[in-house]
Design a protein around this ligand. Sequence first.
Ligand SMILES: Cc1cc2nc3c(=O)[nH]c(=O)nc-3n(C[C@H](O)[C@H](O)[C@H](O)COP(=O)(O)OP(=O)(O)OC[C@H]3O[C@@H](n4cnc5c(N)ncnc54)[C@H](O)[C@@H]3O)c2cc1C
Length: 285
Amino acid sequence: MMDVAIIGGGPAGLSAALNLKIRNKSFVFLGGSENVTGLMKAPQIDNYLGFKGISGTELVKNFRDHAIEMGVEIKKEKAYNILDMGEYFSINAGNEFYEAQSIIIATGHEKAKYIGGEKEYLGKGVGYCATCDGPLYRNKSIAIISENEEGEEEANFLSEICSEVYYIPTYRTKPNLKDSIKLLNEKVKEIQGDGNKVYSLATDKRELKVDAVFIVRDVIPVNQLIEGLELCDGSIKVDRDMAASIKGVFACGDCAGKPYQIAKAVGEGSVASLSAVRYLENKKG
Ligand SMILES: Cc1cc2nc3c(=O)[nH]c(=O)nc-3n(C[C@H](O)[C@H](O)[C@H](O)COP(=O)(O)OP(=O)(O)OC[C@H]3O[C@@H](n4cnc5c(N)ncnc54)[C@H](O)[C@@H]3O)c2cc1C
């Protein structure tokens, strides 16, 4: 059992990890894909003190190198679901499960809009983790809608299990997919079903008969990540200690609201980690 699980490997999560390391706490740091933080797209940053004119990619590299040099281990896994078990939390990270006494959420700003039918059919054919749920659709037809390259690996894996795999990227780079996968550069309209399960996915060009639709998002909607967390204007509601509405859960950076800035993310990551340390000490009594 770890003291803390940090979810999200951007500036907020890295800052939290660094401070937990300094405070000698045990933690698992699920950073997700290292290329996903939007900050890497920033050509020039002028408002982060001490680093005038630095590019986003370079700054992220500095942050990561600093954390790694201090002994922080960054796992590339993504958290799909966090269960509140009362005295601790259980984290589903695809093929792995972790347990921690407290959680720091640093998953960034949730930009994506829900697709029609997504909420209605979640768990009834709609899922966010193809590697976790894909085996349920052996010899069936599935579609993957992906916001980033992570989806390619999932599609390649599922092409070995499913009869038909359709891949619909919402990003620009050319996907690297096995030949059997049908790449569709189409606009997704709606996920359709009979009330109990998915039967098709409508795009602007056709209706695909599918048994499941996996949506690979940069940021998993926070309500799907952990149930019952209070939100405020779409962000996680926190107090000045970065404590969220569930005891033992802290949030920092863009997922905790505006302004969406590096300095705020780094500062809040530090506050969240120190609050988690205090929470653990109080818990011990
Ligand atoms: C193009 C662009 C330019 C910008 N320019 C500036 C600027 O000049 N100055 C400035 O101050 N700010 C700028 N920003 C904003 C800045 O990038 C953000 O405020 C900052 O990165 C927020 O840090 P964060 O750690 O909260 O979130 P992010 O940087 O978004 O990091 C979140 C991380 O969590 C990971 N993640 C998400 N969900 C999960 C999960 N379920 N499990 C595991 N990992 C997960 C993601 O992969 C990502 O790596 C810019 C943003 C963009 C997009």
